[in-house]
Design a protein around this ligand. Structure first.
Ligand SMILES: NC(=O)c1ccc[n+]([C@@H]2O[C@H](COP(=O)([O-])OP(=O)(O)OC[C@H]3O[C@@H](n4cnc5c(N)ncnc54)[C@H](OP(=O)(O)O)[C@@H]3O)[C@@H](O)[C@H]2O)c1
Length: 240
């Protein structure tokens, strides 16, 4: 089956990573670069526009799945512009509030939505490994993160996800610290568990942005054959 991809946030760092790998993506369906929304024009996508509100409805309706890496405001704009069409959306935008998540949940009754704070398979495996910490819940815990200086949200969406997981696993409150912002670091997340006798350190480091872009495109390929709902990484990995 052919899947027409819409890219929202095309001129951003993640948008460029998506554009770079899209032609080489393999999967169940063929992903076709169809509509690019961002600054400038794309040589890869058939149609480019700076704003989604400038795109004719007849063109918008040709998009089968949107890939969004923008911001909470960007995601809200995308969802609004495509609400009537009920187009599937994969979003990696972080910094979403509780209210934003409730809206996503509500909207997913009428369309397929996939959201993940981190699209990398390694980070998902990290989260699974964290489950063993339930056996040492009396330890002290800390989550630290480092990202590039242009990152807008702090702590990162991934740190918030790890923090939420950890508090459930060890069944107690853990303080979440502000992240460090230096240079061009793609993303480092470190979890420490310490007693007075030993320390465990688990760390995930993204070595490029391709890992997130690949995850988002795999999710897009998978999402189009699902029923209306809100999905995340567990749905891809656990229900395979
Ligand atoms: N889930 C994951 O695996 C993952 C991985 C990496 C990054 N992220 C997240 O993805 C998002 C983008 O990251 P990035 O590094 O690509 O950031 P970036 O380089 O700043 O790019 C963001 C892009 O989104 C556009 N944008 C922002 N708000 C918008 C709006 N309201 N309407 C339309 N376009 C809008 C920006 O356009 P302008 O330049 O015109 O403002 C820019 O092109 C962030 O939330 C980041 O935390 C998630």
């Amino acid at each position: 089956m052919n899947i027409n991809v819409g890219l929202f946030g095309g001129s951003g760092k993640m948008g460029k990573a998506i554009e770079q790998i899209l032609p080489d993506m393999k999967g169940k369906n063929k992903l076709t670069p169809f509509l690019y929304i961002g600054k400038g024009t794309s040589n890869l996508f058939s149609i480019s526009a700076e704003k989604i509100t400038n795109v004719e409805p007849d063109i918008l309706k040709e998009v089968d799945v949107w890939i969004d890496f923008t911001s909470p405001e960007g995601l809200a704009e995308l969802l609004k512009a495509t609400e009537k069409l009920k187009t599937s959306v994969v979003s990696g935008s972080t910094g979403l509030s509780k209210k934003d998540f409730s809206k996503l949940k509500k909207m997913s009754k009428n369309r397929k939505i996939f959201w993940a704070s981190n699209m990398s398979p390694g980070l998902w495996a990290f989260r699974q490994a964290m489950k063993s910490l339930s056996h040492i819940s009396h330890f002290d815990f800390a989550i630290e993160e480092i990202h590039h200086t242009e990152k807008k949200d702090n702590p990162s969406g991934t740190a918030k996800t790890l923090h939420g997981d950890l508090e459930k696993i060890v069944n107690k409150k853990v303080q979440l610290q502000q992240g460090i912002r230096i240079g061009g670091v793609f993303g480092v997340h470190k979890l420490s568990a310490a007693s007075w006798s030993e320390v465990i350190t688990m760390q995930h480091q993204a070595l490029n942005r391709t890992v997130f872009a690949e995850g988002a495109l795999l999710a897009g390929n998978w999402l189009v054959s699902q029923k209306n709902s809100l999905y995340s990484m567990d749905d891809i990995f656990l229900k395979k």
